[in-house]
Design a protein around this ligand. Structure first.
Ligand SMILES: *[C@@H]1O[C@H](CO)[C@@H](O)[C@H](O)[C@H]1NC(C)=O
Ligand SMILES: *[C@@H]1O[C@H](CO)[C@@H](O)[C@H](O)[C@H]1NC(C)=O
Ligand SMILES: *[C@@H]1O[C@H](CO)[C@@H](O)[C@H](O)[C@H]1NC(C)=O
Ligand SMILES: *[C@@H]1O[C@H](CO)[C@@H](O)[C@H](O)[C@H]1NC(C)=O
Ligand SMILES: *[C@@H]1O[C@H](CO)[C@@H](O)[C@H](O)[C@H]1NC(C)=O
Ligand SMILES: *[C@@H]1O[C@H](CO)[C@@H](O)[C@H](O)[C@H]1NC(C)=O
Ligand SMILES: *[C@@H]1O[C@H](CO)[C@@H](O)[C@H](O)[C@H]1NC(C)=O
Ligand SMILES: *[C@@H]1O[C@H](CO)[C@@H](O)[C@H](O)[C@H]1NC(C)=O
Ligand SMILES: *[C@@H]1O[C@H](CO)[C@@H](O)[C@H](O)[C@H]1NC(C)=O
Ligand SMILES: *[C@@H]1O[C@H](CO)[C@@H](O)[C@H](O)[C@H]1NC(C)=O
Ligand SMILES: *[C@@H]1O[C@H](CO)[C@@H](O)[C@H](O)[C@H]1NC(C)=O
Ligand SMILES: *[C@@H]1O[C@H](CO)[C@@H](O)[C@H](O)[C@H]1NC(C)=O
Ligand SMILES: [Zn+2]
Length: 711
């Protein structure tokens, strides 16, 4: 089955801070040629067999049940951190907690009132439905709807509907003469990362923001199309709310008060408002948004007149008009407890026999809700099961050549805080020793697998996919590779941001992020809502936990080969076709912008990279064929180190955190990736001088990487 771009983007958008979005164009690159015949069943060696057979859907479900039955907002549940470390310890990992002292904010008082011009009022409920069949929706300590790192304060004013809140939406409103200054922004999910919606509103003089879920993100699985809503069917429960952080994620990730260094008790603190908003915001359901939108009907310009992509959604009986409606106002209350507090990463280690190489397998543990069955605890459950499988392998006397680190990050949801502070603490050692960061944020939110990875991991990921049986919708005789290939059209995703791999990637460490999500015909996953619960997962998301199991088996064999194989299974030469494709995209961008920037230096650098990486491949083939273990060690070191060349110490323009010059989240998208980001964004902004400067810097980075591979 070949799939449309729309379908690919449906699975392409999945990392934890991200949202499901059918409308979003996605980078789509194809490097893998379909092999028509993949052996079935796959042939495995003894160790592979042992690992794969250790995965048990029932125990995975037990771990997930534990995690998704207790509040575990960042910094609030040390018991879960210790429980995780204890499980890993039972299975043979040396485990401990790594704590950081970070800035966080917690909800105290959230309310929203619509005051009509005739003096009557309507209160938004700000409550998700309590369901008898879904136990965690009624927990008394369930977490209110709010935005992490939002501004604590109130706002009252007339309001304007601003579409998806992209900069171009605001430009269009200004063009139409709609007054923004001093008003509250009403904005829908979709398009840019939520924190950028608030940032853009703030930059246009607005004093608050309300972000609503629109059912247009649900494709055809809607009540309007006759599907029943959760818990009675696969459609969205209309009361569902997407919580989430509003940190300015495309500029910075981590504790906003400690940019570039770890958050310890006595660390100096800097001004967080550089990367967090100074206007209040809250998220609401579409049901709460409907009357607020309706009150704008007949005022300002209709959605049709505005004529912007994604402006008109699927809420019934509203025209998605801009407003403002004179005299009709919102009162937004957003009171938060702001504090410095501890968060806890659980860390589990098995030392490798070769002491200077390490593979980090991570997933976050914190969730916006009591449940969090999909995001993130499907990943957490799979990693506990992974530790059990490796425990069995260790019991046979096997030892890894490279060190394994398991990490259960805290504070991811506020802006990858736990992983960022940990990487910032250990950056000299990680730069030296880290081979790869494997991230499994959301192992399962639907049946279809996706993989985003740096190109040097494409080959090993492909090999492993062919070793795993992947049952989907009752078809049990296909491999992971078959299912992945058909659903993703053989394309690996490009890493953007929005989960814990980002801090590793931007230190030049190879990274992979994978999991499984729903296609256009699958049940709606309620991202960051109370309905991302164990009940949803076990009845609709993954009945029988079969997808969890296959994702876990893939993780196990990927990790096994990365830590076990004499020849480190990273393929630097696979960056060459990727760089060439990104270059061709950049060339197109330059041409369509009528820019006169000269890209020769970059194309020359890519040619050199191609040359040196193919020489590297020849050297490695020779080392293997002559069984020269010293030479194999030399090539392993090069394969680990070359990607450090792609980072620039000062980072991208205006965003020091993002240092990888080949890919980064788009400054105006917040999670979707942009390739050759510094050059591409300067060209798009029409800044020729900056673009030319970054052609030079990017070319140099490619040459540094090439030089490390030079034989
Ligand atoms: C922490 O999580 C565990 C397991 O989910 C739960 O039993 C416990 O009640 C939670 N603790 C708090 C303080 O919410
Ligand atoms: C005030 O206006 C709202 C919105 O148009 C309407 O629903 C409500 O019935 C009005 N109330 C009175 C008392 O006129
Ligand atoms: C915000 O509004 C609430 C409810 O009216 C009020 O109790 C609180 O004092 C207000 N906060 C600020 C900072 O004005
Ligand atoms: C919804 O259904 C229509 C009609 O079957 C189809 O053309 C369209 O592609 C579907 N949309 C999605 C997002 O699946
Ligand atoms: C909407 O905008 C597109 C281009 O952005 C234009 O082609 C089209 O005519 C516009 N439609 C209306 C109704 O103005
Ligand atoms: C739209 O309004 C009509 C008439 O008031 C009503 O019957 C219908 O249920 C409304 N539809 C939605 C989606 O609210
Ligand atoms: C693992 O190696 C480190 C560094 O060599 C050492 O400090 C640590 O004690 C070792 N841990 C175990 C469990 O052997
Ligand atoms: C898988 O099983 C189906 C029947 O369930 C059969 O039609 C198909 O040929 C099988 N495919 C392979 C590769 O064995
Ligand atoms: C695990 O799989 C078996 C066999 O398919 C099934 O009977 C069982 O219900 C599954 N367990 C869970 C917890 O889903
Ligand atoms: C750049 O794009 C132009 C126009 O599509 C094409 O003629 C040219 O070959 C491209 N150059 C490179 C190096 O891809
Ligand atoms: C590029 O130039 C063409 C022809 O002069 C013009 O039609 C087009 O609008 C220009 N594009 C941009 C982005 O300036
Ligand atoms: C490739 O590398 C070799 C050896 O360093 C060098 O002699 C040759 O000129 C290079 N070719 C290109 C196209 O860079
Ligand atoms: Zn997550």
């Amino acid at each position: 089955m070949k799939l449309s771009l729309i379908l690919i983007s449906a699975v392409g958008v999945h990392a934890s801070l991200r949202e499901r979005d059918f409308g979003q164009a996605h980078n789509h690159k194809k490097y893998v040629k379909r092999q028509d015949v993949v052996p079935f069943p796959p042939v495995l060696d003894t160790n592979e067999q042992l690992l794969v057979n250790s995965f048990d859907n029932a125990t995975i479900a037990t771990w997930e049940y534990y995690y998704s039955h207790g509040a575990h907002l960042a910094g609030t549940n040390k018991t879960q951190a210790q429980w995780t470390a204890d499980r890993w310890a039972e299975f043979g990992f040396t485990s401990s907690l790594a704590e950081y002292y970070v800035f966080l904010d917690y909800p105290i008082g959230q309310s929203l009132r619509l005051d009509y011009s005739n003096g009557t009022s309507h209160d938004a409920s700000l409550e998700e439905e309590v369901l008898a069949v879904d136990d965690t929706t009624s927990y008394p300590n369930r977490i209110p709807v709010f935005n992490g790192y939002s501004f604590s304060g109130n706002a009252t004013a007339e309001y304007v509907y601003v579409g998806r809140g992209q900069e171009v939406d605001f430009v269009r409103l200004e063009e139409l003469g709609v007054e923004l200054e001093g008003k509250i922004a009403l904005t829908k999910y979709g398009g840019p990362f939520r924190g950028l919606k608030v940032k853009n509103a703030q930059n246009h003089g607005m004093i608050g923001a309300i972000i609503f879920t629109d059912p247009d993100g649900d494709g055809n699985i809607t009540e309007a199309n006759g599907y029943k809503a959760y818990p009675d069917g696969p459609a969205r429960n209309p009361t569902s709310v997407q919580r989430g952080t509003v940190e300015f994620l495309s500029t910075y990730a981590g504790d906003p008060t400690t940019p570039g260094y770890p958050s310890k008790f006595d660390s100096p603190r800097s001004d967080r408002f550089v990367v967090t908003p100074h206007i209040p915001s809250i998220p609401i359901s579409w049901l709460d948004a409907q009357p607020i939108l309706q009150a704008l009907d007949g005022h300002g310009f209709t959605g049709e007149e505005v004529n912007r992509t994604g402006w008109v959604g699927a809420i019934g009986n509203v025209t998605y008009s801009t407003g403002p409606a004179p005299g009709t106002t919102l009162f937004l209350e957003n009171e938060l407890e702001e504090k410095y507090t501890y968060i806890w990463n659980a860390i589990g280690i098995i030392n490798g026999t070769n002491e200077d190489e390490v593979v980090i397998v991570g997933n976050h543990r914190d969730a916006w809700i009591v449940g969090g069955a999909g995001d993130p605890n499907s990943g957490s459950a799979v990693i506990v099961e992974l530790s059990k499988a490796f425990g069995k392998l260790l019991a046979t006397g096997w030892k890894p050549a490279r060190t394994i680190i398991l990490a259960s990050w805290d504070g991811e949801e506020y802006g990858t805080v736990g992983s960022t502070e940990w990487v910032e603490e250990y950056v000299p050692w990680l730069t030296e020793a880290a081979v790869t960061n494997i991230n499994v944020d959301i192992a399962t939110s639907g049946p279809y697998p996706y993989i985003d990875a740096t190109p040097d991991l494409h080959a090993i990921a492909t090999t492993i996919m062919k070793k795993i049986i992947y049952p989907v919708k009752g078809v049990t005789n296909r491999t992971f590779y078959d299912v992945w290939y058909d659903f993703n059209d053989g394309e690996f995703g490009v890493l953007g941001s929005g989960s814990d791999f980002a801090t590793f990637l931007h230190k030049g460490i190879s990274a992979i992020d994978f999991g499984a999500g729903g296609g256009p015909e699958d049940p709606i996953w309620h991202y960051h809502s109370n309905f991302d619960s164990y009940h949803w997962m076990s009845t609709l998301g993954d009945p029988g936990f079969v997808t969890h199991k296959s994702i876990g088996q893939f993780l196990a064999l990927l990790l096994y080969h990365l830590v076990n194989d004499d020849v480190l299974p990273l393929n630097p030469a696979d960056y060459t076709p990727a760089l060439e494709e990104y270059f061709s995209d950049l060339n197109d961008t330059v041409i369509s912008a009528n820019s006169t920037v000269d890209l020769t230096e970059l194309s020359d650098a890519i040619a050199t990279f191609k040359n040196y990486s193919s020489q590297f491949e020849q050297l490695r083939a020779f080392a293997i064929s002559s069984s020269d273990s010293d030479l194999i060690k030399v090539t392993n070191t090069k394969a680990k180190d070359f990607s450090r060349g792609f980072v620039s110490q000062g980072g991208l323009p205006e965003r020091e955190f993002y240092q990888h010059l080949i890919f980064a989240p788009g400054i105006d998208t917040g999670y979707a990736p942009v390739t050759f980001p510094a050059v591409t964004e300067a060209v798009e902004a029409g800044d020729l001088e900056l673009a030319q400067k970054w052609v030079g810097k990017t070319a140099k980075a490619v040459l540094v990487a090439a030089d490390i591979l030079k034989t």
